[in-house]
Design a protein around this ligand. Structure first.
Ligand code: ATP
Ligand code: MG
Length: 363
């Protein structure tokens, strides 16, 4: 099969950047699809026998839309267009339109050719009518010199920019509804992700880890190199709980827990050359995600922290999770963290936090 792939935003760039982004997009296509690629300015052609090609192309960042095309030579176009119409079941439609685009020198205009093809279709399928404004079906014909490409469907891609062109980020990846969506949004904007799951057992258990792995599996469909890393976090939490109990500051558990996550994530980011962190926080969504608390969290990490969901409502995040495909896995039964206190602090004080951390061994 032959696919015409259209990409976004790349054309906005300078020649050099465009080349680099195109190279990356092609590499990303080849990673998931056994195919041959041809490129022309502003267009990529993918030639493949993979029966799942459509599903795969729908999950490659940077592709705005694509079409399954049929090819013929210009001299055969009049005959071929009838076969093509049968192939796509044009009889099911009541109205149609023909749109022609041309590259190269020809002795006809695009409009003339469209009218000609329209007449051929009408002759062969007399029950159809032409409707240029709101047709049931559109026949697109791209003529490039003496090659013609026919298609009738423009399939929407996921959009965004090619994965990897912006470099790496470390994601704090819990497997809940939010962090996978936040992660996906950064992937969509070209970031390669190192996802880290902090294992809080005994406060969580196997079910929580299993959920994170299942969600990561969904994101692997967008990036085959998406590999969940697991960091032990339970021992730290046990120690933290002891100290907070003594100090009667249990309400600070979540803030201190997250600060350790941020510190470890920063270390990994520096080792891996990643340029920041991404988390699923959304302002005010839960007691711990207040401006005061986020300020105290940010202080634990020198790298930029990206929170693409900061302005999203819960419902909006859920809708997006469904669209991306992570929702089902994220709502799997999983043990909620038992270290969470009854009343988490909403206005954590940095001085208090630092005082508590003095008592913790450096991690
Ligand atoms: P999520 O839906 O992503 O679990 P949440 O709304 O439940 O988030 P919190 O539990 O307060 O919110 O977590 C805030 C953010 O901290 C998460 O979005 C995630 O980025 C990170 N985080 C929380 N727990 C973990 C964990 N066990 N491992 C990795 N990251 C975590
Ligand atoms: Mg959570």
């Amino acid at each position: 099969m032959l696919y015409l792939v259209r990409y976004s935003e790349i054309f906005l760039k300078s020649e050099w950047v465009r080349r680099k982004w195109e190279d990356r997009l092609i590499r990303n296509i080849k990673r998931v699809l056994d195919c041959r690629i041809r490129r022309e300015r502003g267009r990529i052609w993918v030639i493949t026998d993979d029966p799942n090609a459509k599903e795969k192309l729908k999950k490659i960042f940077g592709i705005v839309s694509f079409s399954e095309c049929h090819h013929c030579k210009l001299e055969d176009l009049d005959r071929f267009v009838v076969d093509f119409c049968r192939m796509i079941g044009i009889e099911k439609a009541k109205t149609f339109a023909v749109r022609v685009k041309r590259v190269g020198t020809h002795d006809f205009t695009s409009q003339q050719k469209a009218a000609e093809i329209g007449a051929i279709i009408l002759r062969n399928f007399p029950n159809l009518k032409v409707d240029l404004d709101n047709p049931d079906l559109t026949i697109y014909v791209e003529i490039r010199d003496d090659d013609c490409y026919l298609f009738s469907e423009v399939i929407r891609g996921v959009g965004g920019i090619p994965l990897g062109v912006e470099g790496k980020l470390v994601s704090l990846f819990s497997g809940g509804i939010d962090s996978p969506v936040a992660t996906w949004l950064m992937m969509k904007r070209g970031c390669e992700i190192i996802p880290i799951y902090f294992d809080c057992s005994p406060f969580t258990d196997e079910s929580t880890l299993k959920r994170a792995k299942a969600v990561a599996e969904v994101l692997r469909e967008y990036d085959p190199d998406f590999e969940l890393r697991i960091v032990e976090h339970g021992e730290f939490l046990i120690k933290l709980k002891e100290i907070l109990k003594e100090m009667r500051l249990e309400s600070y558990t979540c803030v201190l827990c997250k600060r350790r996550m941020y510190r470890v994530a920063e270390e990994i980011a520096r080792e891996e050359g990643a340029k920041g962190l991404v988390t699923g926080e959304s302002l005010g969504q839960v007691a711990s995600q207040t401006l005061d608390n986020l300020m105290v969290l940010d202080e634990a990490c020198r790298l930029p922290i990206y929170r693409p969901l900061i302005g999203f409502d819960k419902l909006e995040v859920e809708e997006l999770a469904k669209k991306i495909g992570t929702f089902e896995a994220s709502i799997m039964q999983a043990k909620e963290c038992e270290a969470v206190p009854k009343k988490p602090v909403t206005r954590a004080k940095l001085e208090k936090v630092l005082e508590i951390e003095e008592k913790l061994e450096p991690v």
